[in-house]
Design a protein. Sequence first.
Length: 250
Amino acid sequence: MDESLYHLFYRQEEHHWWFAARSEIVRGIIRHYGNVRSGDTVLDIGCGTGAMLKALAGDYKVVGLDTSPLAVKYSLQRGCEDVFQMPVQDFPRGRFRVQAALLLDVIEHIEDDVAVLKAAREIIEPDGRVIITVPAHMWMWSAHDVVNHHRRRYSKAGLKTALVRAGLEPVKLTFYNTWLFPLLAARKLLDRARGNDSAHLTGQQPNRAVNTLLKTIFASEKYILQAVNLPVGVSLLAVARPAVAHVNCV
């Protein structure tokens, strides 16, 4: 991503409605589907400025990984300690027993998404989980995707195919950001029709009342997602485990 986005995210990531609600949803998914216990190691691959590491640190041993030196710098400024600047393939597996690996809005930035998913599978314990979020629907492609250096948005079938090719078996695969989907989809389509696609490039935080309302609506999905999958949404969320054929025998 552009360096300017890291500066923006560092300022906003703990409070902006989208980041804050996603954090609540993912933390609920980790508790219910991550096969982790208190004190287990959770690795955030593509940890960005470290907001998720900070949110998880009270419950788990957290480790961060990012290829951006600026992202690592900001993660350290948040008080995170085990943060490494390196590609996931270079992660020092011998130093940590990773029970869950997170790829939160990461693989859409990477040309070979399957290779990164495979590397995550190889890092986690045999009974571990990989938790992934990605933007959904190529028809929702906009200037926001361009400025964030996305290479693709995903269909549900496309994400499942990538997981299976990486030797991962989906445990949960669902859309999310569902309640706000009609509003956000309509805005994208309207902006495109008006030739004003660049109007909402990258999330300026709305005023406090609107920000709180949007966060409350979005974050409320955490209760639904613990029980069922949602049929449509702005994004996709998956929890996957190593496929049986890929689990190393001891």
